[in-house]
Design a protein around this ligand. Structure first.
Ligand code: DGP
Length: 205
């Protein structure tokens, strides 16, 4: 589950989880995971309590995903459903929105992470997002940056389609009511209802 800040992603992810739990064992993982030592450094950075070089913080975000990769794989091998509230696509979109970092450089540290079967991108205009409560509390919640992040998500969507891999990419209009958006999300992941077999795919290989 990916999206701009204040797109309703965390609420929608929770609802999707509850929906899928009726028929599956579901593991929900939130990135960044702010509870680990690496996650605590990320949390301090996002709340502007510390300053870090753009590359250093990007690598910490990636390391935060890698420290959970084993858990993700174990869950998948056990036949469970894994839902991630943000993943490597946020990593590229948010970091590459900084002029100091290139798109390809940002992808590199996340190459070969377990790949998702579907990416749900909750799309909202930065203007609408800004009107939602709590906007501006964290470092990246600025309209101009969110605009760039949105453009990069579109590029990732195009690249994902062109890669002709197995990943389903669903861009969902997140501006409706909570229930409307949830219905759209559930419909988008319906093709996965029968389960996935075979080897776990690797990201950007
Ligand atoms: P959230 O807890 O969902 O509000 O996300 C925290 C913020 O961190 C959000 O602004 C998106 C950003 N973010 C998530 N992953 C990455 C990443 O890998 N790199 C960078 N630079 N930012 C990220």
């Amino acid at each position: 589950m990916e999206g701009l800040d204040r797109s309703g992603k965390t609420t929608q992810t929770q609802k999707l989880c509850e929906h899928l739990q009726r028929t599956n064992t579901v593991k929900l993982i939130k990135f960044p995971d702010r509870t680990t030592p690496i996650g605590k450094m990320i949390d301090a950075y996002l709340r502007s309590q510390s300053e870090l070089d753009d590359r250093a913080i990007h690598l910490l975000f990636s390391a935060n995903r890698w420290e959970c990769a084993g858990t993700i794989e174990a869950e998948l091998r056990a036949g469970n459903t894994v839902i991630c509230d943000r993943y490597a696509f946020s990593g590229v979109a948010f970091s590459a929105s900084k002029s100091s970092l290139s798109y390809e450089w940002c992808k590199a540290p996340d190459i070969s992470l377990p790949a998702p079967d579907a990416v749900v991108f909750l799309d909202i205009s930065p203007e609408v997002a800004q009107q939602r409560g709590g906007y501006g509390e964290e470092r990246y919640e600025k309209e101009e940056m969110q605009r760039t992040v949105r453009q990069i998500f579109r590029k990732i969507e195009t690249d994902t389609a062109q890669a002709n891999g197995h990943i389903i990419w669903a861009t969902i209009d997140a501006s409706g009511t909570l229930d409307e958006v949830q219905q759209r999300i559930q419909k988008a992941v319906e093709p996965l209802n029968g389960g996935i077999t075979g080897e776990i795919q690797r990201l950007w290989m």
